[in-house]
Write a protein that binds this ligand. Structure first.
Ligand code: 6CS
Length: 386
């Protein structure tokens, strides 16, 4: 648990940081803006950072300086579970809370970590995650913890980075796979035959470098930001899951806002849904390009197992030649076949039972809502394509 004493110290530090400017300018005495603190679980240049910066820009522009949003990137205020605790205690007003980090606090939210539940189609997932019924069900669970759920959104397809090729569950045998601190992720990778190892985000790079772990899983932008590609040489796109997170406010804070400010926050969050979808989509190709360029420049080998057609289409003819065709350090192996993916899917079925044990009736309700919403959205997509 985050110690109460630590929280008070943090409050003091945040108070000093945000009021220091006010003391220095006492003589001018302009009206001081109200500060809204927004902590994210990722570093600068990440999807969450883009989200928080856009939130800041829109809120500050629309309140004409009455409100200042201060963004705290990963590491500034603590680990991801600590950020959620600070949000719950009202030390900060807004935060990102990823299901992988809020396991004990919000067990039902672990549903978003299950493999082979969401679609392979980003547009379908976007429709599902913004489903008003799903948001209302989840918000009721957040409300019990003193939180207000603002949005659920995807940050991109989950990719395995490992020291060796993985095409079958048997390839995971004896492999220490780092996961976020969630019982569902532990169960998922143990079911594949790996030895799942929970570690905080900040320790993954050195653990890979020192061979304390053999692999990890994250979207491409996170692999590039945290430089995991420097300490692994296999990138596998198994199309088994999307990284999903939630944007959250402290509930008493949100309820205490004027109706005008509540509406403002809700309008901005709605606009951000479209914005962040395109940001994460762009990052999936832009950051892969950086990984390839970095590996090439360092003359380090890289093996990619996946369908690279969308990525290749995003490159100019010259980039395609330099990064792919003439790149002697790159090996592209075919994506996992349907049969190969089926082997992982079958192993993942037992994890749904683990989830139902953890998530209880409410967890089951959320899972069923998601499964129905995915089926509905996929059928709509199919009809549109006809
Ligand atoms: O793997 C993790 O721990 C982190 N991954 C992402 C993409 N966001 C935050 C999370 O803590």
């Amino acid at each position: 648990m985050f110690a109460a004493k630590t929280c008070w110290c943090l409050l003091l530090v945040l108070g000093v940081l945000t009021s220091g400017a006010a003391c220095n300018q006492r003589q001018a005495a302009p009206p001081q803006p109200t500060v809204w603190r927004f902590a994210i679980e990722e570093s600068k240049g990440s999807v969450q950072h883009a989200y928080a910066l856009k939130f800041k820009e829109l809120i500050e522009a629309r309140t004409a300086g009455r409100v200042e949003v201060v963004v705290y990137p990963y590491g500034t205020l603590g680990t991801s579970p600590q950020i959620t605790e600070q949000l719950n205690m009202g030390i900060i007003e807004f935060a990102m809370a990823s299901p992988g980090s809020v396991g004990k606090f919000l067990p039902e939210m672990q549903v978003f970590l299950l493999h082979f539940v969401f679609s392979e189609d980003d547009d379908v997932n976007r429709t599902v995650l913004s489903d008003p019924e799903l948001l209302a069900t989840c918000d009721a669970l957040y409300a019990e913890k003193g939180l207000k759920l603002l949005s659920i959104y995807g940050e991109g397809e989950m990719v395995w980075t490992t020291h060796k090729e993985i095409r079958r569950p048997e390839d995971f045998s004896g492999l220490k796979m780092r996961v976020m601190t969630s019982p569902i992720l532990l169960a998922a990778y143990n079911a594949y035959g790996a030895s799942a190892t929970p570690l905080p985000y900040s320790e993954v790079y050195s653990a890979l470098q020192l061979n304390m772990i053999d692999g990890q899983v994250n979207p491409v932008f996170a692999i590039e930001r945290q430089k995991f590609h420097e300490v692994t040489d296999w990138l596998t796109f198994p199309k088994h899951a999307t990284f999903i997170t939630t944007a959250v406010a402290n509930r008493p804070f949100f309820d205490g806002l004027s109706s005008g400010d509540q509406q403002l926050v809700e309008d901005v969050i709605l606009e951000l849904e479209e914005y962040i979808f395109h940001v994460q989509l762009g990052f999936q190709t832009e950051r892969l390009k950086r990984i390839l360029a970095d590996k090439l420049q360092k003359q380090a080998s890289l093996h990619i197992c996946g369908d690279l057609s969308r990525f290749t289409a995003s490159l100019s003819a010259e980039e395609q030649r330099e990064l792919i065709q003439d790149n002697e350090y790159l090996e592209i192996t075919p994506p996992l076949t349907d049969e190969e993916r089926r082997a992982f899917r079958q192993r993942s079925e037992s994890v749904r039972q683990v989830f139902l044990g953890i998530g209880g009736n409410e967890g089951e309700r959320v899972l069923n809502e998601i499964l129905s919403a995915v089926a509905r959205a996929e059928s709509t997509r199919r009809n549109l394509r006809k």
